[in-house]
Design a protein around this ligand. Sequence first.
Ligand SMILES: Nc1ncnc2c1ncn2[C@@H]1O[C@H](COP(=O)(O)OP(=O)(O)OP(=O)(O)O)[C@@H](O)[C@H]1O
Length: 956
Amino acid sequence: MPFAIGQRWISESENNLGLGMITEVNSRTVTIFFPAADETRIYAAGGAPLTRVLFNAGDTVTHRQGWQAQVIEITVNNLTALYLVKRLDNGAEAVLKEMDLAHQISFSKPQDRLFGAQIDRSDRFALRYQALLHQQAQFQSPLRGLRGIRAGLIPHQLHIAKEVGQRLHPRVLLADEVGLGKTIEAGMILQQQIFAGRADRVLIIVPETLQHQWLLEMLRRFNLHFSLFDEERAADFAATEEQVERNPFDSENLIICSLDWLISQPKRGEQALRTQFDLLIVDEAHHLAWAPKAVSPEYRLVEGLAKRIPSVLLLTATPEQLGLQSHFARLKLLDADRFYDYDAFVVEQRHYRPVAEAVQTLLAEKPLSTAEKNAISDLLAEQDAEPLFNALDSRNEAEKALARQELISGLLDRHGTSRALFRNTRRGVKGFPRRVYHQINLAPPEQYINASRLSGENPEPLFGNKEQGNKWWNFDPRVEWLITFLKNQRHEKVLVICRQAQTAVQLEQALREKEGLRSAVFHENLSVIERDRAAAYFADQENGAQVLLSSAIGSEGRNFQFACRLVLFNLPENPDLLEQCIGRLDRIGQQRDVQIYALCFADSPQRVLADWYHQGLNAFEETCPMGAALFEKCGQKLRSFLQHPTESAGFDRFLKETEKLRLQLKRELEEGRDRLLELNSNGGEAAQRLAEAIRAEDYDTELVNFTLNLFDVIGVEQEDSGEKSIVITSTGTMLVPDFPGLKEDGVTVTFDRELALAREELEFLTWDHPMLRNGIDLVVSGDIGKTAASLLINDKLPPGTLLLELIYVVESQAPKGLQLNRFLPPTPLRLLLDGKGRDLAAQVSFSRLEKQLKPMDKHVANKMVKMIRPNIEKMLVMAEQQVAERAKTVIAAAQQQADSALSHELNRLNGLKSVNKNIRQDEIDGLETLRIQSLAALAKANWRLDSLRVIVSNKS
Ligand SMILES: Nc1ncnc2c1ncn2[C@@H]1O[C@H](COP(=O)(O)OP(=O)(O)OP(=O)(O)O)[C@@H](O)[C@H]1O
């Protein structure tokens, strides 16, 4: 092509110079200036490594002033081009001279890049294809959001997380017994929702004492960076002279704040209500008290939020702590349609047994008796159970299993609280240590007797302000006992729980002054930072405090399983609080038996309570799920014994009665409600298999190879640091200025879960890690590897045989809210065409071909592409025709999958509506609209050429 001044060309060997302009031409040389790089090159006119840039009608071009336009027509005048264009900014038509084109140029279509001399390396093309395949696999993987957490693989947690995390808008109460990992479950649900694009904005509301713990857990285990909001932070958004007041909750996407703060500062609660969040988590949700005539402000606030926020997770280990009504009210927050009438709920609770039995038979894969079939038909009155019974008799095992599963989930859904409530118990989760109870009976000091103060459960506050000799810690034998106990166990960490902050503070002083014992205190009058500092001081194994003296607030949520000795200086006032206290130590990760010491004075209310807890409820040595119910039932009698602790008549009988009631309730719960809940909550064998599947993916060679290759191709330096970890650092020669997650001074990464658990400073790499997800994104959304040219060394092919390897991507560009990636993620389709347009992809796999390829010199590649451009263009047309069929099949399968998944959900809701008149029609309509919109969007799904490689054969 002849050169002329003003023409635009690009360098074939130095793409980064941008779009050059010919400034001088003579018979021997051509001079070209590259304004973007401010460089001039002079080439021999004959063999200049330059490619002419000409646009065609329909292409988008950029003017050097920055505006963009679409080419309508091109005319060439005196060897330079004039483009008639339509501006994209204002729609006006204009003439754009070639020399006025922007100096930076980047072709995005692979064929434009190929013909525009922007040919990339073959290894980058391969990386791009692998990245596309992995991206697709990750979108479809059932393990997404579950496998990347820095945590052990515990089946019941994984089961709940998977079951709930994949729902469109999960609204559930996570009520595992204390210390079984509700925080981890909530985090995994959240992670899946984030990955699915369903949750961007998340609000976590927790008690003040747990804010930092949540902040750390989210970061450490899930790589989620939350921001902590309190009054100080919110005050930054106050109105100034220049600005009106802004809503602080609009300023971040992931927010943690305390319930106490939102309640004490009603304005903040209102601001939270005015912000749109996608997901709400409320920890220690038993604080949301509700009674018909006494709705707590906490409940009211969360009720308001739960009405606006589509996904809600409530967490509590003791759901019935404030009574069954409050429990029901909380379930109502989650699903007002399912929990619409308290009386009906109470009746329903009594009728779990036949449901549990029917489910049990189905689970055991035993044939159903006629009576059982009748019972099921009654229970599932709204639907015809007959076809499912017939399917159970079928010979087709898969059909049978499906029918069984449908019956079970139908029964659980409609007649249990199961869809909204998950509860695992220690009984169902193996590997917990024992709890050993020690009742320490002490003689009461005279002061307490004389002052007739034994009628109070904690006498010591009355002796806190007395003159020195009469201060309680100078005569209370519990102090001496504690000192001796601590001295005898110098190397053991001990958690001491008192009822009041004052007791903890005074005890600290006494231990320090009397024996120089180091202790940390933890109570409500300390700031949040001071509390965290105290907890950290206690946790420090080398230089930390031997003992943590805590008021009752230390009994919630905290992780103290590194200690195994609990001293109850005062006894908690109800069985659920007692369980919360013991749960600080008796939690996942506890390696030793938990030793519980209750300090009691003879004939004191504390002694009465201790005996009732121990002999009546057995609540020290075992969890007592029926504790709250028994406390309600026996409360009055218990109070009378507490008021008259010296009158023992009838007390033994009362203890026996309580025990009898407990055993009876236990049996009922185990056969009925709890059995059902557990069946639904622990996931059985499927959960074990899930854990196994994730374990098998840890250290997966595909993952390791891809990651190392990614680092390699991008130019990230890797150094093996032994012990299954690698140090990676950025270099000045990386393909991109920044690699996601790579810090300036490097990062140490590992693929080993155990190592990552033991060494928190290491990044635990899985397909879910941001470094991989963003790294994949970096490759597939950019231009890396969009084109390549390679030599195929194969003696069987005639030299010069041309093959074109094309990667198309089928995708749907629908609004994010439809979350179509679950049905149709960007899906790569590979074609390998020969000159006649035959697709050899099925015969010659990517990896097989890859092994026979050799890189081609860039200069040679550009020359070759120029020469064979007409052939390539013909093959591109043939490829377009061939890919269409395959892409349509992919789209049709996605449509079918979407239809069946969304129709299933719709049928479920319709089914529920027939037993529950309160199911809102608008909810059903909403789901139907979603189904229609999703199918319509999928019908518009399209495909595009993503990348291509020119391959020419040669002899070895
Ligand atoms: N899968 C896991 N791998 C490692 N540690 C875990 C795992 N699950 C839970 N833990 C640890 O066990 C302890 C209890 O977990 P978590 O705090 O989530 O329980 P919880 O049910 O919320 O407890 P609580 O009822 O006290 O609020 C924590 O220290 C947590 O880090």
